[in-house]
Ligand binder design. Structure first.
Ligand code: BGC
Length: 478
C-alpha cells in the first residue's frame, strides 16, 4: 500500500463546485476515529480458534524480479519510469523449494504466493509447460510440509502482450485472463484450496491511472474515467473467473475470493478549521469511493457505481456478483490522515497523529484500523482472511510491537463475532516494493540482495511465538 501527495494540479481537477457540494453534504457523517488505550491492553491475552490459519505472503514479481520472465507491464514500466530495476530480486524462483524451510522455521500453516502469468503464457495462447510445472512442484512440496497454498492469480503484473492489447481497460480482454486462470486451475486445483483472483483492484487503478506510479496502458485521457472503467472490468473479471473455475473439476470445493486493500481516509483538521477540514473531508470521500465503497458495494448489491460529480459516472450491474465470493481477502496496512499544508507542491499530504508509532512508509501504526476494516468488509457476509498485513521496518525495532498489536486487533475482532479465519503477514522476506524499489523492508527474513542470503529478523520472533502459543493451546485442548 502506498501513499501519495496531492498537488495543485490534482486538486484543480478534483475540486469542482459539484464535488464540494456533495462532500459538504456527506462530510459530517464521516466515521469517528476509534482509539484503544494500549497502556491497559495485554497483547499476550489472545486466543485464536483451532482452525485459524497462520500464514505469510509474497508475490512472484516482487521476489523473482523482471529478469526471470518475458516482458510484462511492469518490466516495461521499470525502464519507462526509471525505477530502481527489480533485476532478479531475491532469486525467489530458483529458491522456491528451498524457501519452504523458512516457512517451516516460522511454523506457519499456509503460504500465499502469486503465479506469474508472464512466465506461464509468455505469448498469447502459448503456455509454457515448464513454468506451470514449477508451481505444481512448489504446491506439492508445500503440501508435503503441511503448509496450505493460497494462490493469487494476478498480483499487479501481466504479460506485455496483454498490456498492448489494452489490458483490463478493454472489456473484451477479460477472456484472456479467464483462460489463463482456467489453465492454472486445471494444473493446480487439486492441491490448492484457496484462490485469490486479483490482488487489490482498487490500488491497481489508483496507482496506475490516478497517481501514475504503476503501469496503466498508454497515458492520457481522463484518468478518473479510465480508472473507473478499468476497475469495473477488474471486478467483472473476478466474477467471470469465479464462475469459470467453479465449473472445472474441483471447482466447487475451491475457496475463491480476491484481496481487497482497505484504505480508510481521515481528515486531520476538525471543524475548528473549516476550510482545511472541508478540503480534507472532500478528498477523503472521493478516494474512499474509488478504493473501498464502489468495490464492496458491487459484491454486496450487484451494482457498481463510481460517481465523482463533473469527473466520472460509471455504472454496471451484475447479479452474479452477489454469489461470487467464498471469502474476502483483506489487505490492511494503514489509515491515511489527509492533512492540508500551505505548500504548492503537496497541498494535501498524509499526516501523522502526534505520538503515533511510525513505520518506514509514510504512515503510522493503527491496529484499531484493522478492526474497523474487518467490521467494514464483514458486510459482505463471507469469511474473512487477512491476506496481507505487515510493517516496513529496516531497523527492526518496531516489527514485534506491530505483530503483537495487529494480532490483538484480529483476536478482538474474532471475539466480537467477526468471522476472521486467517492472517498472513506481509512479507515472508524483503522484496521489490514496486515504485519504491528495494527501499522498504517488510520481511520476516532480511535478504542480502547480492548474495541472496536470507536471515531471520529478531522482530519475527513475535510471530513465531504467537503461532507456537496457539499450537500449544490446541495440543493441550486435545
Ligand atoms: C501489495 C504488496 C505490497 C504491499 C506493501 C500491498 O498493497 O499487495 O505487493 O508490497 O502492499 O506496500
Amino acid at each position: 500500500m502506498k501513499l501519495f501527495c496531492l498537488n495543485n494540479a490534482f486538486l484543480k481537477r478534483f475540486l469542482t463546485v459539484p464535488t464540494i457540494l456533495l462532500l459538504v453534504a456527506v462530510a459530517p457523517i464521516a466515521a469517528k476515529e476509534l482509539r484503544w488505550n494500549w497502556d491497559q491492553i495485554d497483547t499476550k491475552q489472545v486466543a485464536f480458534p483451532h482452525s485459524f490459519i497462520w500464514g505469510t505472503a509474497t508475490a512472484e514479481y516482487q521476489i523473482s524480479g523482471a529478469q526471470r520472465c518475458s516482458p510484462s507491464n511492469w518490466s516495461r514500466w521499470e525502464s519507462e519510469a526509471r525505477l530502481e530495476p527489480s533485476a532478479d530480486a531475491c532469486d525467489g524462483w530458483n529458491r522456491a523449494i528451498a524457501d519452504i524451510e523458512l516457512l517451516k522455521q516460522l511454523g506457519v500453516t499456509s503460504y500465499r504466493f502469486s503465479v506469474d502469468w508472464t512466465c506461464i503464457e509468455p505469448e498469447e495462447g502459448k503456455f509454457d509447460v515448464q513454468a506451470l510445472n514449477h508451481y505444481v512442484a512448489l504446491c506439492r512440496a508445500l503440501r508435503a510440509a503441511k503448509i496450505t497454498p493460497m494462490i493469487t492469480l494476478h498480483h499487479f503484473v501481466h504479460p506485455l502482450w496483454f498490456e498492448q492489447l489494452g489490458g483490463f481497460e478493454k472489456q473484451e480482454n477479460i477472456r484472456y485472463f479467464v483462460r489463463f486462470c482456467e489453465h492454472v486451475f486445471r494444473a493446480l486445483g487439486k492441491t490448492v484450496p484457496f484462490w485469490c483472483t486479483i490482488n487489490e483492484p482498487g490500488v491497481l487503478i489508483f496507482q496506475g491511472h490516478i497517481r501514475h506510479c504503476y503501469p496503466a496502458g498508454v497515458p492520457g485521457g481522463n484518468g478518473f474515467r479510465r480508472a473507473a472503467v478499468t476497475l469495473k472490468h477488474l471486478l467483472q473479471a473476478h466474477v467471470e473467473v469465479y464462475q469459470a473455475l467453479k465449473k472445472l473439476p474441483g471447482g466447487k470445493r475451491a475457496q475463491i475470493g480476491f484481496a481487497h486493500s482497505y484504505l480508510a481516509f481521515e481528515h486531520f483538521h476538525g471543524w475548528w478549521s473549516p476550510g482545511k477540514s472541508l478540503l480534507e473531508r472532500t478528498i477523503s470521500g472521493i478516494l474512499s469511493s474509488f478504493l473501498n465503497d464502489s468495490i464492496l458495494d458491487f459484491f454486496r448489491t450487484g451494482n457498481y457505481r463510481l460517481y465523482v460529480p463533473g469527473l466520472v459516472d460509471e455504472r454496471y450491474a451484475d447479479p452474479h456478483a452477489l454469489r461470487a465470493l467464498d471469502f474476502i481477502g483483506l489487505n490492511y496496512y494503514a489509515h491515511v490522515f489527509l492533512r492540508f499544508y500551505h505548500r504548492l507542491q503537496d497541498t494535501v499530504h498524509p499526516g501523522f497523529r502526534p505520538g503515533d508509532h511510525r513505520t518506514d512508509m509514510p504512515y503510522g501504526f493503527y491496529p484499531e484500523g484493522l478492526w474497523r476494516a474487518i467490521a467494514h468488509v464483514a458486510q459482505l457476509k463471507v469469511p474473512i482472511y487477512i491476506t496481507e498485513n505487515g510493517i516496513a521496518d529496516a531497523k527492526d525495532d518496531r516489527r514485534a510491537l506491530w505483530i503483537e498489536r495487529y494480532l490483538y486487533a484480529v483476536n478482538k475482532a474474532i471475539a466480537d463475532g467477526f468471522d476472521v479465519r486467517g492472517y498472513y503477514y506481509w512479507s515472508l522476506m524483503d522484496n521489490f516494493e514496486w515504485d519504491m524499489g528495494y527501499s522498504q523492508k517488510f520481511g520476516l527474513y532480511e535478504v542480502d540482495m547480492v548474495t541472496k542470503e536470507r536471515k531471520l529478523r529478531q522482530g519475527a520472533q513475535a510471530y513465531i511465538d504467537a503461532i507456537a502459543t496457539w499450537k500449544r493451546a490446541i495440543h493441550y485442548a486435545k
